[in-house]
Ligand binder design. Structure first.
Ligand SMILES: *Cc1c(COP(=O)(O)O)cnc(C)c1O
Length: 381
């Protein structure tokens, strides 16, 4: 079933972007980040298409419920959960057969007890903090914690990893190189203590696109999979396939006279007699209120500015002074191409003063997701 406000997700483009990541990663194992509803693109259809096409070997999630949803859908790829799992979440997480992230003795202890209580051997990747200061052990503690894990009969150490805060900007090159050196050194320490590690990893999309991955065996791209660059300053050295087209439709058209105002707060005053269309999309769909008086939509191949404040369910655009040829029911493109013009996720992010990640994550459940290409049911919420 379709909807007025619709997100079309090209699964072939997602798989092509993952194949590019694999090529740039020189045959390293590829983990596709599918957290946050696959960055808003639809968790299960995206994961299913990745699994069926073989474009990645692992999936990455942030919450237990994401892992549970993947297993309920029959996904069998290994799943790494990037975040720390709290004690009360452990029983359900153990049931979902995930690979756990731990970064201190406390997390190791909780997991060890929960796993032994149900007679499961839990797979673990040890997170090392080499500069992100979010989660992870100090590199000096890596071999001691690895030994704790290796010595537990309920735990199995599958790898170590770190995360990179500035791999997406030229300014961050030296810092990022230092982090790759630090994780490689931590891997040597750990291997000296407990034997060979299956996986050592650090690279997010930005590192896959522009860094030397020496010392690592796996990469964890996210945003590039969905066709966006991590930062406006990330070099566009490799073309990404566009994945997403976001549309809604014109629902009402009327003339507004010079001096009249449009919308809540009477924030926009018509400078001349003009025609204004109302489109069925608003911040309740994830079309950010920050786009009030700033965004634009493509209607009939022409960019039309948003006038007044974005409402929860409706947004007004200025069609100009001429009697419009636009009709009720016509498509309004929020992200994507129409005629000669294109609005990219990057364009919307810039207008919001945010990043591409947030633009697609904000798109809410009530926007109908239509998945095309790939190996997937044609339409799923
Ligand atoms: C989200 C995430 C990624 C993917 O990052 P991108 O910048 O989207 O490529 C990789 N690793 C971890 C730990 C993450 O949380």
């Amino acid at each position: 079933m379709g909807g007025t406000c619709e997100l079309t997700v090209d699964l072939d483009a997602i798989n092509a972007n993952l194949r590019l990541a694999a090529r740039l990663a020189g045959g390293r194992t590829v983990l596709a980040a599918v957290k946050a509803n696959a960055y808003g693109h639809g968790l299960v259809p995206v994961a299913r298409s990745i699994e069926h096409s073989g474009s990645a070997q692992w999936l990455g999630v942030a919450t237990v419920s994401e892992a549970v949803a993947l297993r309920a859908a029959g996904i069998t790829l290994p799943i790494l959960k990037f975040t720390i799992t709290l004690p009360d979440e452990l029983p359900e997480a153990l049931g979902a057969d995930i690979v756990f992230t731990v970064g201190d003795e406390e997390a190791i202890d909780h997991l060890q007890r929960a796993a032994s209580a149900v007679g499961i051997v839990a797979a673990v990747h040890l997170k090392i903090d080499t500069g992100m200061r979010r989660i992870g052990a100090h590199p000096a503690d890596a071999s001691r914690l690895a030994r704790l894990i290796a010595d537990s009969t309920s735990l199995e150490l599958g790898g170590i990893y770190t995360h990179l805060p500035v791999s997406d900007t030229g300014d961050g090159d030296a810092f990022t190189r230092g982090q790759f050196a630090a994780i490689a050194a931590a891997a040597r320490d750990v291997e000296a203590a407990v034997g060979p590690l299956e996986h050592v990893h650090a690279a997010n999309s930005a590192a896959v696109l522009g860094h030397d991955l020496t010392g690592t065996s796996m990469v964890r791209p996210g945003i590039m999979v969905y066709g966006s660059y991590p930062d406006p300053s990330t070099p566009r050295a490799h073309a990404l396939a566009p994945v997403l087209r976001w549309t809604s439709r014109v629902a009402f058209i009327k003339q507004v006279l010079a001096g009249e105002t449009v919308g809540y707060g009477r924030d926009w005053t018509a400078p001349r007699d003009t025609w204004v269309a109302t489109v069925n999309v608003g911040y309740g769909d994830g079309y950010s209120r920050l786009l009030s008086n700033r965004g634009h939509m493509l209607v009939d191949g022409t960019p039309r500015p948003v006038v007044g404040r974005v409402c929860m369910d409706q947004t007004m655009i200025d069609l100009g002074p001429e009697v419009p040829t636009v009709r009720v029911g016509d498509e309004a493109v929020l992200v994507g191409r129409s005629g000669e013009h294109e609005i990219s996720v990057e364009d919307v992010a810039a207008l919001m003063g945010s990043i591409t990640y947030e633009v697609t994550c904000l798109i809410t459940d009530r926007v109908h997701r239509r998945h095309v290409g790939g190996v997937s049911p044609s339409s799923t919420r």
